[in-house]
Design a protein around this ligand. Structure first.
Ligand SMILES: CC(C)(COP(=O)(O)OP(=O)(O)OC[C@H]1O[C@@H](n2cnc3c(N)ncnc32)[C@H](O)[C@@H]1OP(=O)(O)O)[C@@H](O)C(=O)NCCC(=O)NCCS
Length: 189
């Protein structure tokens, strides 16, 4: 299943042959710097299966991002239902990303995520898309800013699923975009 194609990228469902790349990103200390732990091969494969099932069941999820020229996977980017009640109620849709380090600094995630905002608002009829990160993860919050998402400090929250031995990863800042914001941004450009 191909979700969409941009100038340089293909956003698509995962293929069995993508498992190595999926493990590479989920085990890389640099990619996982702001997450509680790196994943073993077994954990990565289990997550790979869960993500694939989520895409099949909901039509949304963290999709593979591949180079359009040769279909080589380089990371993931997607829209997913998140349930972090009471901070983010059930039904909230987040946009998120992870990219293999050799592909950082080329604008790939901004390109993929921008098209996923279009997909979410224009094809799926979503009313709002949020994104969140710890404040120190400035590469990620920079993507949110480049996309035109708005920081909403009133919705910053303490992530309820961060283990007790990682207090530095608890506080999250939230950015959001509504469908009206998206339409206004499209009208301007
Ligand atoms: C977050 C993450 C995806 C951002 O990757 P990134 O490469 O910085 O982001 P983009 O793909 O949007 O690229 C933007 C960079 O490419 C540069 N760039 C080059 N060509 C570009 C182009 N055509 N268009 C836009 N930017 C371009 C930008 O200047 C920017 O570089 P800079 O940070 O040095 O200013 C990546 O750092 C990552 O995977 N981090 C680990 C996982 C993670 O933390 N995920 C988020 C959890 S909340």
């Amino acid at each position: 299943m191909i979700v969409s194609e941009t100038q340089r990228l293909r956003i698509r469902a995962w293929k069995e042959t993508d498992r190595d790349l999926f493990f590479e990103i989920n085990n890389d200390p640099k990619v996982m710097e702001f997450f509680p732990h790196r994943r073993s091969r077994e954990e990565s494969d289990a997550l790979f299966d869960r993500v694939g099932r989520g895409i099949t069941e909901t039509g949304l999820g963290f999709f593979a991002v591949a180079l359009k020229d040769d279909d080589r996977p380089i990371g993931f980017c997607g829209l997913a239902y998140t349930d972090l009640a009471p901070y983010l109620p059930k039904g909230t849709v987040e946009i998120g990303w992870r990219l293999a380090v050799p592909f950082w600094g080329k604008g790939y995630i901004t390109e993929a995520a921008f098209d996923l905002l279009r997909f979410g608002f224009e094809e799926k009829g979503l009313r709002e898309i949020v994104s969140f990160a710890i404040p120190e993860n400035t590469r990620s919050t920079a993507v949110m800013v480049r996309l035109g998402m708005h920081r909403d400090p009133t919705r910053d929250f303490n992530h309820p699923r961060i283990p007790a031995d990682k207090p530095q990863l608890v506080r999250h800042v939230l950015y959001a975009m509504t469908r009206a914001d998206w339409q206004a941004q499209r009208a301007r450009t």
